[in-house]
Design a protein around this ligand. Structure first.
Ligand code: N01
Length: 516
């Protein structure tokens, strides 16, 4: 990157700076972008290491990430509460076995307060660009609140942060209310209205039962029927709640039990897909019991092996679909008009509001367009050519001194992402420590190491249910590779990321100061 561009970036930063951020590019040794579970967790670890030389840039006005943004009715976690928390901050206060969004967001806020890292955050600060400056061995970062530089840049923006809006003819001409599930319009009152929900993924199956009783009509536009499993959700009963609050060993035991039980699913998902037939039998029995109308049952019976797409859990979704005011529409959307949706069979259904529950840009995040590496290419350009490849989900060749929380192949469908996040916190925090210890100036993962890592990943994924289960999903990129999921037990990921393996990286060191 040329010095001229750098100067312009700094000047632009200063010109936009209205909120008291330093007038010229502000420097920190480490800059973390994003303060969801992953960015916040890393910030806490850096503080615990005694570091003050880091900042967290967060585009929202609070910590929490996806749990701050997804406030749709019915939003809740599908991983049990006792496991869905940091191991270093177990929550004695969970009120039920599967927490709802407000309780999770309160937990995250409480952790940020308890560990005193809020003053390391700059909120309402959206990163708009980042370029590697090889001459100065640092990242130059442009944001909505001015320019920053960092020796080490950590992307903790998350995979489920950029809403994916479907490219449906006429969608922009719709005259009623329309919003994405992750940007719920709380000023909108759906009571008594004719509503359409597009999509039947994890978000939609929580929204549909929550709004069905109050709307006049609900049309659920289903492209692919998902598999549903029972949701063992319940409020903790009094003595259990008391014991969980006051006996830390019991919390730890609950957590370990849930972790172990969930981990057994890896056998079917990643190693021996026929084993998934046992879970599929449970899902089929549930479908049979909860959907009595044969026509509706035919519509909502999935046509792929369970686990190929994310398995969903709900006890309320099928009963909601069976309501008189709810219709499952499977004919495919042809176009959206000012006040209606037209399906491919020519039928037009009038609606007052459309809820777009069509997921997120996972393998094609717009953030990738804004980050340029050593050779000037953006992450989007690199991923376009070879797919989303990285090393241990935490670094990518061509992007020196940059680390990724929840990077390529770190996702899961069966257990808590917080476990993966903490594994990455170990690795990246150790990398930061190694900069000091070894006097490192730059680190960049070696191409041969990254290639070898990805060959092995794809070999493991070949036989996994996500590849063989007969479905299309956002787990796969446009090259047909699964670049989103971890194909093994999560404890293997934990042990692989225990320490920063500097030998996998090309490094340069700081010049040694000459004695005068
Ligand atoms: O999104 P999705 P989500 N026309 O991508 C359909 C996490 N999460 O927001 O299956 C019509 O799963 C699409 O159809 P198809 C979790 O990791 C966690 O629901 O592609 N339909 C699908 O039905 C999850 O995996 C919790 O054929 C279109 C739906 O939209 C991730 O977030 C809760 C379409 C998208 O489903 C995303 O979930 C909620 C189009 N053009 C979410 N494009 C927890 O409980 C897409 N679809 C932790």
């Amino acid at each position: 990157m040329s010095r001229k561009v750098t100067d312009k970036a700094v000047r632009n930063g200063a010109a936009r700076d209205a909120d008291g951020v330093a007038r010229e590019a502000k420097h920190a040794h480490v800059i973390i972008v994003g303060s969801g579970f992953s960015g916040l967790g890393l910030a806490i670890r850096l503080s615990q290491q005694g570091r003050a030389d880091y900042l967290v840039l967060e585009r929202g006005n609070d910590v929490g990430g996806t749990w701050r943004d997804n406030t749709y009715p019915g939003a809740a976690c599908d991983v049990p509460s006792q496991l869905y928390s940091y191991s270093f901050a177990l929550n004695p206060e969970w009120s039920r076995s599967f927490s709802k969004q407000p309780e999770i967001q309160r937990y995250i806020q409480g952790v940020a307060d308890k560990y005193g890292v809020r003053d390391k955050h700059i909120f309402n600060c959206e990163m708009t660009g980042a370029q590697w400056n090889a001459a100065d061995a640092r990242w130059e970062i442009q944001t909505s609140r001015g320019a920053f530089t960092a020796d080490i840049l950590v992307s903790a923006v998350g995979a489920l942060c950029e809403p994916n809006l479907p490219d449906i003819k006429g969608i922009n001409d719709f005259q009623g209310e329309i919003f994405h599930s992750a940007r719920w319009d709380h000023d909108s009152d759906l009571t008594g209205k004719r509503v359409a929900v597009i999509g039947t993924g994890a978000s939609a199956i929580q929204i549909v039962p929550a709004i069905a009783p109050k709307v006049a009509r609900l049309d659920v536009y289903q492209r692919t029927a998902p598999w549903l499993l029972p949701r063992g959700d319940r409020e903790y009963f009094g003595p259990e709640k008391f014991a969980l609050k006051h006996i830390p060993a019991l919390r730890a035991l609950y957590r370990a039990g849930i972790y172990a039980a969930r981990e057994t699913q890896v056998v079917g998902l990643a190693k021996f897909p026929p084993a998934m037939l046992a879970l599929e039998a449970v899902a089929r029995a549930k479908l049979f019991a909860e959907v009595r109308d044969p026509e509706l049952r035919r519509k909502v019976t999935p046509n792929f092996r369970i686990g190929c797409k994310r398995m969903l859990i709900s006890n309320e979704y099928y009963p909601a679909l069976s309501r008189d005011n709810v219709d499952v529409v499977t004919d495919g959307i042809k176009e959206i008009r000012a006040n209606s949706i037209v399906t491919k069979d020519g039928e037009e259904r009038e609606v007052d509001a459309i809820i777009v529950a069509t997921g997120f840009h996972v393998t094609d995040s717009p953030v990738y367009d804004t980050v340029s590496g050593r050779d000037g290419r953006t992450l989007a350009e690199v991923f376009d050519a070879i797919g989303q490849q990285g090393y241990k989900g935490s670094s990518i060749h061509n992007y020196p001194n940059m680390f990724f929380m929840l990077g390529p192949n770190v996702g899961l469908g069966h257990t808590s992402m917080v476990f993966m996040i903490e594994s990455q916190i170990n690795y990246i925090a150790d990398a930061v420590a190694q900069f000091d210890k070894l006097g490192l100036r730059t680190v960049e993962v070696r191409k041969d190491v990254q290639d070898e890592f990805n060959v092995e990943l794809q070999r493991k994924l070949e036989g996994a249910v996500w590849s063989t289960g007969g479905c299309a999903s956002w787990y796969l990129d446009k090259h047909g590779n699964n670049t989103t999921l971890w194909p093994d037990f999560t404890f293997r990921f934990r042990s692989l990321l225990e320490n920063f393996d500097v030998s996998a990286y090309d490094t340069t060191t700081e010049p040694v100061a000459q004695a005068v």
